[in-house]
Design a protein around this ligand. Structure first.
Ligand code: MRU
Length: 360
């Protein structure tokens, strides 16, 4: 059971389209602690860099774009404990950013957003500490608002690819709990639903941390989108039975040749979809493309605590505790298995060369 810090509030949320996974108002950072969903909506406050780091590491806040947004706000929320002398303030800022980046290595949005925050701070380093803080806060809010807009564009671009009466398979969670807006892959699904298309969403439960079962199923039921939860190992059966028309997933990092890191299990789905000739789409904002990486082989894959595999949600043991377990949090899908990328800048089909296409 997660331990509470001194700063927690349990809130009862009325769900609305504007529900946010993180909020930064009057310099106070609050977030939904996603470990408790769907049982209850627990809202906590983050006041320190260490708290923000732990929140990221423990997946209280997760999803590639949201990680970047939350990390930037964490820096701003932590300012109260920063040194009061300029040189020491700037060095503390640089260390805090480096520390937060190290919390999770795969989602490039985390480093991308923090680098952007640091560049904004350095652009005014001659000014007072108060002014540097203000620029950092404005930049963090801008990154958040921008992501909201990118989600809307992805949704609009992607919904065109969803025929009426589609049965869609998705993996992990890519909705408002993972972004600064309505979502990437789930955003496309919400838009198709809002356009009155008759859709049915099959949700992979997404072992071991069950982001599909706990978070995507919760989001979709809140929004009255027809859905059906399956275990990860049922996807092949459903594709064979012609129950799935298309697959849409999100991404944590995309290399220039289209190779894509996403939640473990995505690669298997792409192979199955290829075999069964089912379109396999990846929805992501430009901030998930890594202009530094030529292929997916260079993507660092986070390896998590094996206990996440051996105990359901780190509680109920489902294997002998002495057994070895392997827990890579992400896998890499080769670009050649991806039918198209749905981005805020349009739809990209093979051959992928994102340097040429000016993504990044
Ligand atoms: O480990 P998580 O829950 O952070 O993994 C999240 C995913 O793999 C998502 O598919 C990805 O970040 C895209 S979120 C829009």
């Amino acid at each position: 059971m997660p331990r509470f810090s001194a700063f927690f509030v349990v809130g009862i949320f009325i769900y609305g389209d504007d529900m946010q996974a993180v909020s930064f108002k009057n310099r106070i950072l609050t977030y939904i602690d996603q470990r408790f969903l769907p049982a209850k909506v627990v809202i906590r406050e983050c006041r320190t860099i260490q708290h923000g780091y732990n929140a990221i590491k423990e997946l209280r806040v997760r999803g590639a774009p949201l990680l970047g947004i939350f990390a930037c706000y964490t820096v701003c929320a932590g300012f109260n404990s920063f040194p009061k002398e300029k040189k020491r303030f700037l060095s503390h800022l640089s260390n805090a950013i480096g520390y937060l980046k190290s919390a999770r290595p795969t989602a490039v949005n985390l480093a991308w957003a923090l680098d952007r925050l640091y560049a904004a701070a350095l652009s005014v380093e001659q000014k007072s500490i108060e002014e540097i803080k203000k620029v950092c806060i404005d930049e963090s809010i801008a990154i958040h608002e921008e992501d909201n807009l990118l989600c809307k564009r992805i949704a609009e671009n992607g919904a065109r690819l969803i025929p009426d009466n589609s049965r869609i398979l998705t993996h992990c969670n890519t909705g408002f709990l993972a972004t600064g807006g309505g979502g990437t892959a789930l955003g496309v699904i919400y838009k198709a639903h809002a356009d009155n298309k008759n859709i049915m969403v099959y949700i992979d439960e997404t072992r071991p941390l069950l982001q599909g079962a706990r978070l995507t199923a919760w989001e979709l039921t809140q929004r009255n989108v027809k859905s059906c939860l399956i275990t990860d190992n049922m996807a092949g059966l459903l594709m064979k039975d012609k129950t799935i028309d298309l697959v849409i997933v999100g991404a944590d990092r995309i290399a220039l040749n289209g190779d894509t890191a996403n939640k473990t299990g995505t690669y298997g789905l792409s192979v199955l979809a290829h075999y069964h000739r089912i379109p396999f789409y990846v929805a992501a904002p430009f901030s998930t493309f890594d202009p530094e990486l030529v292929t997916g082989e260079e993507i660092p894959i986070e390896e998590r605590n094996p206990d996440e595999v051996k105990k359901v949600l780190l509680k109920l043991p489902v294997a002998p505790l002495q057994v070895n377990a392997y827990n890579p949090a992400f896998d890499v899908t080769p670009g050649e298995l991806i039918t198209a990328f749905i981005t805020d800048r349009g739809i990209f089909k093979p051959p992928y060369n994102f340097l040429k296409n000016k993504i990044g």
